[in-house]
Design a protein around this ligand. Structure first.
Ligand SMILES: [Zn+2]
Length: 133
């Protein structure tokens, strides 16, 4: 311990005080507590900035927030491309599963909105996508 204290004095030009000792430990404890905090709480300011930037982006692109299921139900589980029924029990990635189609593709400037989306079969939607490219 004496060697450590002499070494400290050589480096800092003064003896290490008990107070200093204590605050080092307090800082370490604070760091430990911070590490246990959820990311949202730890980086509250960063998250707040991210959220408001994201809100602005959504607004600019006229993006509506909705669940695909809402559109499938609106369209009575009928494919907007082939006109055949879509079975809600068939799950992705089956070609017969329900897929949300953007009538005007997002890549073509279409908006992610209820009026620009429709219920389709995944296979029909993918086939349409490959035709457009
Ligand atoms: Zn279809």
């Amino acid at each position: 311990m004496a060697a450590y204290q002499r070494n400290y004095k050589e480096q800092h030009g003064r003896w290490q005080s008990a107070q200093h000792h204590h605050s080092d430990r307090a800082r370490a404890r604070r760091r430990e507590r911070q590490a246990e905090m959820p990311a949202r709480q730890r980086y509250a300011a960063q998250y707040k900035a991210y959220d408001s930037a994201r809100r602005l982006t959504l607004k600019a692109a006229r993006v509506e927030v909705f669940e695909p299921r809402e559109i499938f139900e609106r369209d009575a589980w009928t494919c907007g491309i082939c006109g055949e029924p879509v079975d809600p029990a068939i799950a992705w990635p089956s070609g017969r599963s329900a897929s949300l189609d953007h009538v005007i593709p997002l890549s073509g400037g279409g908006e992610h909105s209820r009026r620009n989306t429709r219920c389709t079969h995944l296979a029909c939607n993918l086939a349409k996508g490959s035709r457009l490219t």
